[in-house]
Design a protein around this ligand. Structure first.
Ligand code: SF4
Ligand code: SF4
Length: 381
């Protein structure tokens, strides 16, 4: 017998396949609440995983009005998968809230900042072309190469050392020049709330990859977009997709030992949410850092499956910048309490958030690998 209050999700019918997932949270005593970086930084019930899922559910079944106060909590999520790790049901809050964003945008709701991301997507994703024009990567690139590299728009837009080192290091690790992928993975569309264009972007990138044998992805967020989110949407990539850390871990013998300042102080690995909980890749970056440093990297107190988010995912720095900054500050305080030193990660958005404080060194894993490759060339073991 149906529950007396069981109402169809008439207003947002796109969420019907997610009804059971939404209800699991709605009727839950919020067992995962301590895992959410957003409600930890801004303690409001509507910002807990339970609150966000409940707002989406009650908006969908017309229990509440279609209004910003009920719609916008769906954007208060970094997509960190932290709640799923602390949930007995392994409930897919991340995917459901991304689906809710898209349904809400279609219904005319959503933060103005997210809508601006959707309007400017074509222009901002053109940043990938900047990497191809960067003279620092020219000797590593050949458009006819079989191995493709996707550095990620955030690296490309800012011309980061991490992006450049990703291209150069993949060429050295594979022993051949690489082709640059100039098509964005579409993650900004997923996060902002346009699932249809996200899928179309996945199809474009799949088409682009048909000419290659495999693709190595620098930014953990882009790797998760291709391997997790596009796969869930039914878009299959035609070649194997690997994260940079996985390639580097297979080629450990090519890395030498770092010396100087970097090797002498603490070097702490920050698990990017998309690489760790998203793709289940925890060991590869630690193996790479252990080889380059000659010892295991330093760790955050909470790490691996329990690692804490930087606040930089899911467009939170765009839609809720104050909360995103607060989360990044909390992670930097965690880092200082653990002994400080250099932070190494593989998420361009996290790097940008950590760098905002302007203290300490933050490096992409590719930069450490590039220095270790150069150490090996100098004959250092
Ligand atoms: S994710 Fe799991 S623990 Fe968290 S509110 Fe939903 S059902 Fe409860
Ligand atoms: S995925 Fe992360 S940010 Fe989103 S609700 Fe869950 S714990 Fe919070």
């Amino acid at each position: 017998m149906a529950r007396p209050d069981d109402r169809p999700l008439r207003r947002l019918p796109q969420l019907a396949p997610r009804k059971a997932t939404l209800e699991r949270c709605v009727f839950c005593p919020k067992l995962c609440r301590s895992a959410c970086p957003v409600s930890n930084a801004e303690p409001r019930e509507t910002l807990t995983p339970w609150g966000k899922m409940s707002m989406a559910y009650f908006t969908a079944n017309e229990s509440v009005a279609l209004a910003p106060s009920f719609a916008e909590p769906a954007w208060a999520c970094t997509g960190c998968f932290g709640c799923r790790e602390h949930c007995d049901h392994h409930n897919d809050v991340t995917g459901t809230l991304f689906a809710a964003r898209s349904a809400l945008v279609e219904a005319g709701e959503g933060p103005a900042s997210a809508k601006r991301v959707l309007e400017r997507f074509t222009e901002s994703s053109a940043a990938l072309g900047k990497m191809a024009a960067d003279p620092r990567v020219a000797s590593s690139v050949d458009d006819g190469a079989k191995v493709a590299v996707l550095v990620g728009c955030e690296h490309a837009r800012r011309g980061t050392e991490g992006g450049v080192d990703t291209v150069r290091a993949v060429a050295r690790l594979t022993g051949s020049k690489v082709a640059l992928v100039n098509v964005c993975c579409g993650a900004p569309l997923l996060y902002a709330g346009d699932h249809t264009r996200f899928v179309q972007q996945g199809e474009r990138i799949a088409k682009e990859l048909e000419r290659r044998e495999r693709v190595v992805v620098g930014d953990a967020g882009c790797a998760a977009a291709l391997r997790v989110h596009h796969a869930e949407a039914g878009v299959k990539m035609p070649v194997p997709v690997e994260h940079f850390s996985e390639l580097a871990a297979r080629e450990l013998g090519k890395l030498g030992r770092l010396d100087g300042e970097l090797a002498s102080g603490p070097v702490r690995w920050h698990d990017p949410c998309q690489l760790g909980r998203g793709l289940g890749v925890y060991d590869a970056p630690r193996q790479v850092l252990s080889r380059a440093l000659g010892r295991a990297p330093d760790e955050f107190e909470r790490r691996r499956e329990d690692a804490r988010c930087s606040g930089a995912g899911g467009l939170l720095p765009v839609t809720m910048p104050d909360i995103a900054s607060k989360i990044a500050e909390q992670r930097l305080d965690d880092h200082d309490r653990s002994g400080g030193g250099t932070i190494v990660t593989a998420c361009a958005s996290s790097m940008r958030s950590f760098e905002k404080r302007g203290t300490g060194t933050v490096l992409d894993l590719a930069t450490v690998v590039m220095r270790a490759l150069e150490a090996a060339e100098r004959g250092e073991p």
